[in-house]
Design a protein around this ligand. Structure first.
Ligand SMILES: Cc1ncc(COP(=O)(O)O)c(C=O)c1O
Length: 416
C-alpha cells in the first residue's frame, strides 16, 4: 500500500511513478487526478481480509466512481454502497456482485427503485416510513421481491464538520428510532418486501472507532429486538466514515475499525448476522493526488499567493467544509516561507490554504490525499472543463481519462 510517498531523492511518487517524470512525458493536461490503482486494491484487500470474506466491505462508490478504481476494489473482494442508479450501474458493470451491493439515499426515484429491485441487490436501505410505501408499490408493480434494510438515525453526535455528520437528531438521514416499529411493521406487511438488515452511517472522518461503536450499538439493539420477535435479520450494516490523515490529525487505519466492528458483533452475540461496513474515503483517499500547474505568483506585501490551475470546481472539499489538503512541490519535501495557494475561480473560498512549498515557486505542485470526494464533487463552474484522470499501475500510467476540454463546455452551453 503506497499512495503518495517521497523517494530517496525527495521526489514525489504516487504508486511507484515519479510525478516529475509523468509531467515530463507531456501526456497529461492539468489539472489531473492521478490514482495509485495497486495501492487502492491492496488497501481494499487488507480490509476485506480483516472483516472476513463472509462479511461485506461495501465500498461507498460516491467517493470515487472511476471504472478503473471500482474494478480494482471489486477485484479485492469488496462490495459496493451506492446512492443512485448511476452508481448502481457502474458497480454492476465493474463486476460487483448484486449480492454484495447495498443502496442508501434519502430520496430514491422510481427508476432507482426499479433498477435496485430488478438487480436483486443485498439491501435497499430505506430511510423513512414514507419511502417504504413507495418501494412496496414498485416491488408489487414489478412482481419482484426486494431485500430491504432500514437505515436508522442512531442519534449519535460525532466530532466532525457539521456537513459530514449524518447520524444526529436534526439530520435528514435515516429512520428516527421513535418511528422504527412503524417502519418494520410496514415492511412486514408488504407482500414483496423482505426485511433483511438494519444500518446506520453517522458521518465521515472519524479518527477513532468510539463514535462508530456508539452508533453500532444502536444498530445492534435493533437487530436483537428483531431476533427476539422471531424475525431475525440477515445483516447489520454499521456504515462507513473511517477517517484518513490529511496531514493534521492522525486517523486509525480502516482495519482497526473493522476489528472493532467484529469485536462488537461478538460481544453483542450477533455473530449469527453478516457484517456490512461502508467505507469510501479510507479506500481511495490516500491513493490519489491532484497534479496542478502553478500559473503565477502574486505578491502584495506582506502576503504572497501561488495561483494554481486547479480550483474549487476541481477539488471542492476545502471550500465546502474547510478541509485541509497538503500542497507540495514535486521535487522536494516542504520548505521555506508558506505560500497562500489559491485557485482561479471567482470565489474567495477557492483557497487551499497556507503551504511551505519551497522558497521559489515550482512549475507544478501536487495536492495530496485527493482520491476521495475529489473528481466526484467536481463541477464546470466558471466555464472550466473537468480535470483529466490518470491511473497508475506498476509504476506506469495504465490509462488516462482525458479532460473533455473547454470546447466541449462551450458547445454544451451553446446547445442549451
Ligand atoms: C450512507 C453512507 N455510507 C458510507 C459513506 C462513506 O463514508 P466515508 O467515505 O466517510 O467512509 C457515506 C458518505 O457520505 C454515506 O453517506
Amino acid at each position: 500500500m503506497s499512495g503518495f510517498q517521497r523517494n530517496s531523492s525527495g521526489q514525489a511518487v504516487i504508486g511507484a511513478a515519479v510525478l516529475q517524470h509523468i509531467v515530463e512525458t507531456g501526456t497529461l493536461t492539468t489539472p489531473a487526478y492521478i490514482y495509485d490503482l495497486d495501492g487502492i486494491e491492496e488497501g481494499a484487500k487488507a480490509l476485506v481480509d480483516a472483516l472476513g470474506h463472509d462479511n461485506i466491505v461495501a465500498y461507498a462508490v460516491k467517493a470515487n466512481t472511476a471504472g478503473s478504481v471500482v474494478k480494482r476494489v471489486a477485484r479485492a473482494g469488496a462490495g459496493a454502497d451506492v446512492v443512485s442508479a448511476g452508481e448502481l450501474q457502474v458497480a454492476l458493470a465493474c463486476g460487483v456482485p448484486p449480492a454484495r451491493i447495498v443502496m442508501s439515499g434519502v430520496g430514491k426515484d422510481t427508476a432507482e427503485f426499479d433498477q435496485a429491485i430488478s438487480a436483486g441487490i443485498r439491501g435497499i436501505q430505506v430511510e423513512s416510513v414514507e419511502e417504504i410505501a413507495r418501494l412496496a408499490a414498485r416491488a408489487s408493480a414489478l412482481s419482484h421481491d426486494a431485500n430491504v434494510s432500514i437505515r436508522i438515525n442512531p442519534s449519535v453526535e460525532i466530532d466532525s464538520h457539521s456537513h459530514i455528520a449524518t447520524g444526529h437528531d436534526e439530520a435528514k438521514f435515516g429512520v428516527h428510532l421513535d418511528d422504527l416499529d412503524r417502519a418494520w411493521a410496514a415492511i412486514d406487511a408488504a407482500p414483496h418486501l423482505k426485511a433483511v438488515g438494519v444500518s446506520a452511517h453517522v458521518g465521515s472522518m472519524l479518527t477513532s472507532p468510539e463514535p462508530y461503536v456508539a452508533s453500532a450499538k444502536v444498530v445492534c439493539d435493533s437487530a436483537k429486538a428483531r431476533r427476539a420477535m422471531g424475525k431475525m435479520l440477515e445483516f447489520v450494516d454499521l456504515g462507513g466514515g473511517f477517517g484518513i490523515d490529511y496531514g493534521g490529525q492522525p486517523a486509525q487505519p480502516p482495519t482497526v475499525f473493522a476489528k472493532a466492528a467484529l469485536q462488537l458483533l461478538a460481544e453483542q452475540e450477533l455473530a449469527d448476522h453478516q457484517l456490512v461496513v461502508e467505507p469510501g474515503r479510507s479506500i481511495v483517499g490516500p491513493y490519489g493526488v491532484l497534479l496542478t500547474r502553478v500559473l503565477q505568483s502574486k505578491t502584495s506585501s506582506p502576503r504572497r499567493w501561488a495561483m494554481i490551475d486547479a480550483g474549487m470546481n476541481d477539488l471542492l472539499r476545502p471550500a465546502l467544509y474547510q478541509a485541509h489538503h497538503r500542497v507540495e512541490s514535486l521535487s522536494a519535501p516542504p520548505s521555506g516561507t508558506p505560500w497562500r495557494v489559491v485557485g482561479p475561480v471567482c470565489e474567495s473560498s477557492d483557497d487551499f490554504g497556507l503551504h511551505a512549498i519551497s522558497e521559489t515557486l515550482p512549475d507544478y505542485v501536487v495536492i495530496r490525499d485527493a482520491g476521495a470526494y475529489g473528481f466526484t464533487l467536481a463541477s464546470e463552474y466558471n466555464g472550466r472543463a473537468l480535470a483529466a484522470e490518470a491511473f497508475i499501475s506498476k509504476g506506469q500510467i495504465e490509462s488516462i481519462s482525458a479532460s473533455p476540454g473547454v470546447d466541449a463546455w462551450i458547445k454544451s452551453r451553446l446547445d442549451a
